[in-house]
Design a protein around this ligand. Sequence first.
Ligand SMILES: Nc1ncnc2c1ncn2[C@@H]1O[C@H](COP(=O)(O)OP(=O)(O)OP(=O)(O)O)[C@@H](O)[C@H]1O
Ligand SMILES: [Mg+2]
Length: 656
Amino acid sequence: MHWTPEHAQPLNQWPEQHLDVSSTTPSPAHKLELPPGGRQRCHYAWAHDDISALTASNLLKRYAEKYSGVLDSPYERPTLGGYGDAAFLNGAKGDPEPWPGPETPYPLASLHEGLPGTKSGSGGGSGGLGGSPVLAGNLPEPLYAGNACGGPSAAPEYAAGYGGGYLAPGYCAQTGAALPPPPPAALLQPPPPPGYGPSGSLYNYPAGGYAAQPGYGALPPPPAPPPAPYLTSGLAAPTPLPTPAPPRPSPASYGFQGVAEAGVSLKRKATDEGAEGRYRKYAFEPAKAPAADGASYPAADNGECRGNGFRAKPPGAAEEASGKYAGGVPLKVLGSPIYGPQLEPFEKFPERAPAPAPRGGFAVPSGEPPKGVDQGALELATSKMVDCGPPVQWADVAGQGALKAALEEELVWPLLRPPAYPGSPRPPRTVLLFGPRGAGKALLGRCLATQLGATLLRLRGGTLVAPGAAEGARLLQAAFAAARCRPPAVLLISELDALLSARDDGTAAAGALQAPLLACLDGGCGAGADGVLVVGTTSRPAALDEATRRRFALRFYVTLPDGPARGQILQRALAQQGCALSERELAALVQGTQGFSGGELGQLCQQAAAGAGLPGLQRPISYKDVEAALAKVGPRASPKDLDSFVEWDKMYGFGH
Ligand SMILES: Nc1ncnc2c1ncn2[C@@H]1O[C@H](COP(=O)(O)OP(=O)(O)OP(=O)(O)O)[C@@H](O)[C@H]1O
Ligand SMILES: [Mg+2]
């Protein structure tokens, strides 16, 4: 029999049409056995016990010819998802269990294997990853086992059926004596075509997933086809190999599979520096503008004060940034380059570009001035509390990778995303950041405002307490009202503890502001106050009573910077002073500043500058100046303090 065009059926049709391998008519008994809808099985069963060895041998030949036709036809590699519909195993579609016939069904795998573009022991045209036992052997176990075939792995079946003899054991039991002697083992297990073999780059999937596929385009042109020893009649092998599947876009998420499979929380995977992929954006980037604590920022509310990156680019900002940091010490501990989009706002957006429309659950239609709020206090709050500082990106915060990831995942994304379904839980509107002084709590609050595209309003507990309880309460209410007027808004209340309990300085109003604060938190962040996020910060979390604590839906510990983060903060701070230390000096400095907060590191550099006579610009800061400053500036948080933060975090914090 020769191949004719009719043999060139698409792969997805041949099981229907060519699995009917019976050369005999089914007996009535067989017809009786027909299970409903089990046509495939029955065809197979007829062939099972009716055909002779000779017929089987002919069939083998015939199949080989048909395959040669199939191989000439255009080949399309189905996607993995296609397995669901085309799952065949031992001729039984969609049935993971072997056919329960009286004898073992013919394992057609012995015919199919080694043929590119066919699926072992199956039809359905699924010549995908699991189709070839050669490939299957290279697949990581979970991937292959997870396909829709659901049956026993093809590789063992192949070995048993194919390696054990030319025909399947089930068949040999009947008429084995009549069969010709099996060909040599080398012929029975032909070498796989190039690209399909264990070392082929095309399907040689690493255990870790799909990372870094070189792409099909990089493959060399397929060489001459291998001989076809599996064709007993000596038929010529199909000349061209099937055209390799078109380049498959390698999804970025593939690289992440390993992490997910490891069963580790993604946010914990956010290593601080040098993190690849998605967390790369958390890598520290020298600031484009001094990120001083907010008090120094102009308070004018000219409509450009959203910390969202849409402010006008200051003239020469880019040049200044590059020039300023060009002389910086190249530091090995520095993270990988910042994630692209995070860098863009300054450079890309035109002057006075409109602020992005509030999105998701953080959106409110309008900022109507709330009734009953003192108009004077509202104006005061608006003019004095709105922070017009530069935007702070995640990369502007050195270290704190896990915390940044947690804030983004548990706060920013839920606030920005629209609710998944009506009635889905409201995203949190309050977050407490606690930790040693200068650890970067306020910096993170500003960063949150930037990420949310929100107006930032800042107030300090100490400032509210100073003028007395009544005035403090009035300002507090005005601040919440001003935030509600300008949604989306982030209201950053530093030194929260000052409002709650008597302090060492014996301020009279301390404690008296607790009730107004709770009322504002309930009203300002309750059901009717969409579009406002309250960020409270404190270095004395133990001063918070339960009522206040409960008002903050999320509570995160802001730790002191670790070594690499200290190096980054120091390098930036020193670069701002025109100082470039050698790598060795910087490493020594990092070592010597253990326990310093970010704020204290900034003070250290200022002290060094003062020692060098700056800003009189007598000479650049040297390592000796910094060393001398170390004698004057030291860490304030004691190990005992740090322990108490850890304890409080364990009891009331959310961990990260
Ligand atoms: N991780 C950091 N990366 C870069 N700069 C930092 C970091 N942590 C702190 N700083 C800098 O240290 C200074 C103090 O930070 P910040 O005001 O955010 O600390 P804080 O935790 O709010 O302190 P406090 O408890 O006194 O209010 C700021 O200039 C800030 O830019
Ligand atoms: Mg602060």
